[in-house]
Design a protein around this ligand. Structure first.
Ligand SMILES: [Zn+2]
Length: 467
């Protein structure tokens, strides 16, 4: 099934046609490590993780880069305010970010950092100056001349009046909408040597530089939060295409934002929820399910009730998997009756539907609806019945679902700690022995032995090992 993507550039759905057949090269803008990453970041990172996982399931080899902005005004300001070094601030929040994405099982192949690519950035800027797209100022800053790139505004669908770069307006800029590629160092600021004097990179240039370094001069998907379309992505595109020519990125994708009880999340409103907080209250699977239960281009609203609902929906799916498992194990026949064939047809249909939804611009809520219909079918048609083949097909579909959603890893990859579980059973057996219920405790011992666990009793208590 061909994958179709809604391209922010042009706002049309387009069939995925990659630079290298069978390979998807993907770049997602990562965080500025000035503070804890929040639910809005989590939403974007999990959304693009879902995209990458589905593309892998669809047979593509995916290479995914997500950068870390480890130098920025906000990092410097925080460091000054707290009397720490900027490196200290950046390291702390990089670690927090890495912990959060690894808890959320977001797969990323490379995490390039700006400060490790200063030389490449300087080269990129130098080439832009050579080609007449950028100019230096007397203070030692370098700006991109927006008028040298006629398609400017196409990606964000904006006009000149709207091109507010959110940068200080400096008289040294040729046009108010030009943006900084390199910022001359102010006294006391961290800086690096460059042909234009001491300074540091502007924000946008890092993504142009690091994406071409790790993905080549042409790549397939560029993603990020919807707030990045302008100016960040418009500027990335301008400077990259000015240097590398048109067609730098094939598909631009943007994930919408998170609201908290219908309000925009903001520190000033006191409704800022960090991923760290969220992960202390909800399991990574519940959070992933919640992030993916809304289409990536739609806003998603956070509330305890919504998470509670998601948690029971996920529980229902896990119940269905358990029933399908039991049916497979306990089934005594391998042949199917006519009724069973009907169930299998329905499962096949749902399986198709799942892929149809996912390949249509990664419609995760649509795909979830098919998987819930599968669960319904298991409860009504498989539970207590001897349909070995139907159960096998259902489990296969759940497995594919989990490859994309990543919310039932315990069910499919044995993520629970086996030793803890065995310890628990041995403790139950000890309770039986304390009450002198030796017949039962012997039965527990032989059940464990069948599962390959040998119990060794002594005066000090019971020990166990794998056979
Ligand atoms: Zn970026």
């Amino acid at each position: 099934m061909a994958v179709r993507i809604l391209n922010t550039l042009g706002r049309r759905k387009e069939e995925l046609n990659t630079v290298i057949p069978g390979v998807v090269k993907m770049y997602v803008c990562g965080p500025t490590v000035q503070d804890l990453v929040h639910l809005g970041h989590g939403r974007t990172f999990v959304a693009f993780d879902g995209v990458a996982r589905y593309l892998r399931l669809a047979g593509y080899d995916v290479i995914k880069v997500q950068n870390i902005t480890d130098i920025d005004d906000k990092i410097i300001n925080r460091a000054n305010k707290e009397g720490r070094s900027w490196e200290d601030v950046a390291n702390q929040y990089t670690e927090e970010y890495m912990n959060a994405i690894s808890s959320l099982k977001v797969g990323i192949d490379m995490h390039p950092k700006v400060t490790k690519h200063i030389k490449e950035i300087i080269d990129f800027v130098s080439h832009l100056i050579e080609k007449g797209h950028a100019y230096t100022s007397p203070s030692g800053s370098v700006y991109f001349d927006v008028t040298t790139y006629p398609p400017y505004g196409e990606l964000s669908n904006t006009k000149m009046e709207e091109w507010d770069q959110g940068e200080e307006f400096l008289k040294e800029k040729r046009h108010p909408f030009d943006f900084a590629l390199w910022k001359a160092a102010k006294p006391g600021e961290p800086s690096w040597d460059s042909p234009w004097g001491k300074g540091r990179p502007g924000w946008h240039i890092e993504c142009s530089t690091m994406s071409s370094r790790y993905l080549g001069e042409r790549f397939d998907i560029h993603g990020g939060g919807a707030d990045l379309v302008f100016p960040h992505h418009e500027n990335e595109r301008a400077q990259s295409e000015a240097l590398l020519g048109p067609g730098w990125v094939r598909y631009w994708m943007h994930a919408s934002f998170v609201t908290i009880k219908k309000e925009k999340m903001a520190k000033s409103k006191g409704n800022f929820v960090s991923l760290k907080d969220a992960l202390s209250r909800w399991s990574p699977s519940v959070l992933r399910y919640w992030f993916l239960s809304t289409h990536y281009r739609s806003g998603v609203d956070f509330s305890d009730e919504a998470l509670q609902e998601v948690s029971s929906a996920l529980g229902r799916l896990k119940d269905a998997v358990a029933i399908a498992r039991t049916t497979m194990k306990e089934s005594s026949k391998f042949n199917s009756s006519d009724d069973d064939v009907k169930v299998q047809r329905k499962i096949l249909q749902l399986h198709n539907e799942f892929h149809e939804r996912m390949s249509d611009d990664f419609d995760t809520p649509g795909a979830l609806a098919s998987i819930h219909r599968l669960a319904g079918l298991i409860f009504s048609e498989l539970q207590g019945k001897d349909n070995f083949l139907g159960a096998g097909m259902a489990l296969n579909m759940f497995k594919e679902f989990n490859q994309v959603f990543g919310v039932m890893d315990e069910e499919f990859m044995g993520g629970r700690n086996m030793e803890e579980l065995i310890d628990a059973v041995v403790q139950v057996r000890n309770l039986l022995r304390d009450r002198k219920m030796y017949e039962l405790s012997d039965q527990v011992r032989s059940i464990l032995a069948k599962a390959g666990v040998r119990i060794m009793d002594s005066k000090e208590g019971s020990n166990w090992r794998f056979e």
